[in-house]
Design a protein around this ligand. Sequence first.
Ligand SMILES: [Mg+2]
Length: 270
Amino acid sequence: MSGTPHAASETIAPLDDPAGTLLALDFDGTLAHIVDDPARAYVHPESIAALGRLGTILGGITIITGRPVAQALELGGFEGLRGLERLTIHGQYGAEHWDAASTQALSAQRPTEISTLAERLPGILQQLGAGAARIEDKGLALAVHTRGLDAELIGHLERPLRQVADDFGLRLEPGRQVIELRSGTVDKGTALRQVVADLQARTVVFAGDDLGDLPAFDAVDALRADGVRGVLVCSASAEQDALVSRSDLVLQGPDAVAEWLTGWADALGV
Ligand SMILES: [Mg+2]
């Protein structure tokens, strides 16, 4: 999608075969701005409007997020929206699933390791000098929100928390302003591959902003080798540039993502 000159519409997103195209999106940092209080994040209104338009023509739209499904639904306002009758959401990196058609949510069982660690984590953070970090219990993960902490301290947290994750048989998921400890047989890559297989998508467009999206980028690369057309989109930020060099399209954050989705819907004439 880069290099040689294209017509403007061609550079937006694939326009042929919309029925065979899956659009998969991360939530925070991609559809929604990262905000101080994660409970106050919201999806860019233009993105919601564009998704409602794209949903009438694309083969599928799915949101793959680290958030629990219930949070993504509450903050996203997707439920009952016209055009999103077939939307699916994969929460907690794919451990939870929801689809708009049935409005049923399926979730993995909370592992006992998470319950045990939930009790001990405040003390562990205290010992690490990070007692001020806010802990969010997501059910299948514990998120340590680091916004507002001293940058040097944040830099020193990852290694001991990785050890804690190892001790509890969990995986560490570092992200923008957050370090998560979660149970982990699934990641965004497994979730994405499942949706592509379910829909038998011939084209997959994935947009993300953070390290947790890398497995989905890997999945798209693997799917390309299997003959699926892949388009990788980065919602870029000053906090994370790991996805930039691997992306076909680099957008400057959720505002630019909203503009891109709107342009895609315009180009498809929906
Ligand atoms: Mg994100």
